[in-house]
Structures are given as C-alpha cells and as structure tokens.
Design a protein around this ligand. Structure first.
Ligand SMILES: Nc1nc2c(ncn2[C@@H]2O[C@H](COP(=O)(O)OP(=O)(O)O)[C@@H](O)[C@H]2O)c(=O)[nH]1
Ligand SMILES: [Mg+2]
Length: 314
C-alpha cells in the first residue's frame, strides 16, 4: 500500500487530463506527436510505464490499460476521478481488441462521478492502415452512442493517424477549447484545508497566506469541525456542507479522520467535494502520515508559495 502512494505523482499545476487505452493503441505515438509534431516508430514499452505531457494549460498523464496489477489500477483510477477530460485511444485496425477496449472504456466512464462535468475524446487511431475500421463500426461495437445518456459528459470522436498526422490537430484543438471552458467552471482555490482526527484534533492544516488576518473565519471553522466531530460520533462517510458569509465549508469524515475545506462562495462546491473524496480514498490505506502532505498538495493542485502548512499537532 505504501508503494502505491509514493509512486503517485499528481502534478502540482495544470488542468488534469488522462490519455488511456489498451497497449499498442498509439498513446506514446500521440505523446510524441504532441511534443515534436512527428511520428517515429515507438518501441513497445514493457511493464509499467508512466508518461506525462502538456497540452496548452492542461497536464496530461498517460496510462496503458489491461493486464495491470491491482495497486497500479488504484493509481490510474484516482487520476481518472480527478481528470477533467479523458482521451481514450483505440487501435481501429485491430478489431480483435474491441471487446476488451469496450469493457475497459465503460469501466472507466463509470468511475466518473455523475456530479462532474467532463470531456471524452475518443480517438480511433491507425486510420492509415487498410484494416482500419470505419468510425461507425467502432462506435457501434463499443456502444458509444450510449454516451448521449451521460448528461455531464461532452464527447467527440475522431479517426486519427499518428503516422500521417490525420486529424491530430483537430483532436488537440477540440481538447484545448473544451478544457479551457471547463477549467473556468471548475476552478477552486481553497482558503483552508484540514485533516483532523475523529476527535477534531488537527493533524495537517494548509492555510492561504493572509488567512490569519481573518481570525473569525478560522475560529468559525474550528468550531464547525469540533461540533461536527461530536455530532457524527459513531457514523462514517458523512459529508456536511455549510455556507457562511462569503465562504463555503465542506466537511467529510471516515472512521478515522475529518477532512475539511473552505472555499469562496463563488467557487465550485462539486470540485471541492470531488477532491476531498479522492483524498479520502488515498488517506484510508495510509499507515503513516509522512507522505500525506505531498499527496494533499498535489490533489488540491495548489501553489505552495501561497500557503502555510502546519502539521503534527499531536
Ligand atoms: N500505422 C500506424 N502505426 C501506428 C500509429 N500510431 C502508432 N502506431 C504504431 O503502433 C505501435 C504502438 O504504438 P504506441 O504509441 O507505442 O502505443 P501505446 O502502447 O498505446 O503507447 C507502434 O509500433 C507505433 O509505431 C498510426 O497511427 N498508424
Ligand atoms: Mg506507450
């Protein structure tokens, strides 16, 4: 379990996107196209691999699906939950892989929270090969028309070739335009984040610099956590949400910890809840608190120069 968390490296900056697909679909070639504008025969990557790049303001993490050992799955599932957009790549010239791709695709889509708006860019790659199936038959085979029922998803399909460059620019432009739109809706800039034990004792606290000048905000928050910890005694998995003045307070508990965050009134409550949910999943199996700080900073996606961190109150 410890291994899983140390290997995790959410990036600290940028809109989170993931590129996923079975191995050999063309993900590494797509990455190469994004970075260099060129195609180069890639070598099959053996074993586990972590790749990352940038598209505009977005930070993109790339994962191979299928045949993974389970702790690795936990990692990319958490990335998927955090991601604003998913790029799913398929080898359109390999119809034998469609069933497995279908299973993985829908499993991933179903990981996304129904509260979240998110993007799906579906790339039917290797369009240059004569065995390449047309878009309609891939859409039919994978039941992609069912995406229309996902009201929170914006989706788009392209046939691409990383080899010839066909539709690569169109796909990237769709992604850039749509992530930029989502990012403005989903932005949060927490004023304060805290993990406390179940009695309300703070274990890790991250405060925006300048927050100490508003003691009422802090005092109100601590009082809320304390009363919350008393009220939920014996219950777990509760989430509480309050609005007070210009602020929103989001508090969640599991059997061990209380997670809490303050964001401004105009920011996305859903985004704050989502981040707390992801953190909750990571913290649960942690035996030590030593790496917690970096996990929190990465999931919250904050600029550390703007915050003060306090820990180890006990
Ligand atoms: N013909 C053709 N081959 C491609 C295309 N994209 C990738 N490949 C090749 O397919 C294989 C797998 O590509 P790779 O990018 O490593 O796939 P990944 O496992 O998803 O990262 C490599 O031999 C690539 O050179 C494409 O659009 N057309
Ligand atoms: Mg690869």
């Amino acid at each position: 379990m410890k291994k899983m968390t140390t290997e995790m490296k959410f990036d600290e900056k940028g809109i989170p996107l993931v590129i996923i697909g079975l191995s050999q679909a063309g993900k590494s070639s797509f990455l190469k196209r994004i970075m260099t504008g060129e195609f180069e025969e890639t070598r099959p990557t053996m074993g586990l691999q972590f790749e990352t790049t940038e598209i505009g303001d977005a930070r993109v993490d790339i994962f191979d699906l299928g045949g993974h050992i389970s702790y690795r799955k936990t990692i990319w599932e958490s990335y998927v939950k955090l991601a604003y957009g998913l790029v799913f790549m398929i080898d359109s010239a390999d119809p034998d892989s469609f069933d497995e791709a279908k299973e993985e695709f829908w499993r991933i889509i179903n990981l996304k929270d129904d509260r979240d708006e998110f993007l799906i860019l579906f790339l039917c790659n290797k369009a240059d090969l004569k065995e390449s199936q047309d878009l309609e038959s891939v859409i039919n085979h994978l039941n992609l028309f069912n995406l229309a029922e996902k009201e929170n998803a914006s989706f788009q399909f392209f046939k691409t070739s990383m080899k010839t460059g066909e539709n690569v620019d169109n796909a990237l432009n769709w992604l850039k335009n749509n992530t930029a739109k989502l990012a403005t809706k989903r932005k949060i800039d927490p004023l304060m984040f805290m993990i406390a034990d179940i009695d309300g004792f703070p274990l890790l606290e991250i405060d925006k610099i300048g927050l100490e000048e508003d003691p009422s905000l802090l005092a109100g928050f601590l009082a809320a956590i304390e009363s919350f910890s008393k009220r939920i005694f014996g219950k777990t998995g509760m989430l509480q949400y309050m609005v007070s003045g210009d602020y929103q307070y989001i508090i969640k508990t599991d059997s061990q910890y209380i997670y809490s965050m303050i964001i401004a009134k105009n920011e996305s409550q859903q985004e704050a809840r989502r981040k707390i949910d992801v953190l909750n999943e990571f913290v649960k199996p942690m035996e030590e608190f030593s790496i917690l700080e970096s996990v929190v900073v990465q999931v919250l996606n904050i600029d550390l120069s703007e915050y003060i961190i306090q820990k180890g109150f006990k």
